[in-house]
Design a protein around this ligand. Sequence first.
Ligand SMILES: NC(=O)c1ccc[n+]([C@@H]2O[C@H](COP(=O)([O-])OP(=O)(O)OC[C@H]3O[C@@H](n4cnc5c(N)ncnc54)[C@H](O)[C@@H]3O)[C@@H](O)[C@H]2O)c1
Length: 253
Amino acid sequence: MILQGKVAIITGAASGMGRAMCLRFAQEGASVAAVDVDRKGAEAVAKQVHDAGGEAMPFTCDVSQRDQVREAVAATVRRFGKLHLLVNNAGIYLKDDYLLEDLTEETWDKVMGVNLKGAFYFCRFAIPEIITCGGGAVVNIASTAALAGVDHPAYAASKGALLNMTRAVARQYAADNVRANVICPGSTDTAMSRNAAAFRQEATIPFPRMTSWILPRSGRPEEIASVAAFLASEEASYITAAVYPVDGGLTAI
Ligand SMILES: NC(=O)c1ccc[n+]([C@@H]2O[C@H](COP(=O)([O-])OP(=O)(O)OC[C@H]3O[C@@H](n4cnc5c(N)ncnc54)[C@H](O)[C@@H]3O)[C@@H](O)[C@H]2O)c1
């Protein structure tokens, strides 16, 4: 129970890694605000947490909308009376974000809005509450796209920027006892990776070749959740501004 008594906001909670993180954080003793634009999905994960004996509040919020984010943070503090942990996990990976020459401004803004601005808004509104509670931790979910070249220019830019924004957050709040770290997942078996595989096939975009140095399977959402729980906990009390690839060795090139 490495998160006993803590309160966490987890975005993108309705699916994949976010759902796995809600379940794991609750299992470790945290109360969780399960935030997602998908209302039914957020309610379903909150119910799953309750059924497993944990505490969770579903909250519907588009992370790219400032006022909704402000309200999500305020509602969490109203419900649980405190806030210690923030996981910025909500993300999108769009079919239209492939060739730069076809990439529209609308798609660019959409990807940046969810993957980057959403994390900025949550940091902006949640960190003051975390400081009031004596400190805590931020875990941002970037991607190996932040570490190595990939296609999908907007996605790659958003994740690279998220990684470096995290370092700025870590630097600025170290004195307030707020740590901030980044996880860079590799290919992980979720709705996002399955959809991406489908549209790559449809567009006859070659799959990235699996090579001998990579563990010969996709990651599981629970394998990202366990690293997130560790980084959020006091087990990682001297770790801040760090970047954790959880990618089966993909970036060992
Ligand atoms: N799956 C992978 O292979 C992989 C690899 C590297 C990084 N990632 C990153 O991991 C994170 C989680 O991805 P996943 O694979 O679990 O994806 P997923 O599609 O299974 O889940 C993403 C969740 O984010 C929510 N979401 C989307 N837009 C939102 C918005 N505007 N506001 C609030 N919620 C929103 C969705 O409703 C969904 O529940 C993402 O940031 C993604 O970029 C995924």
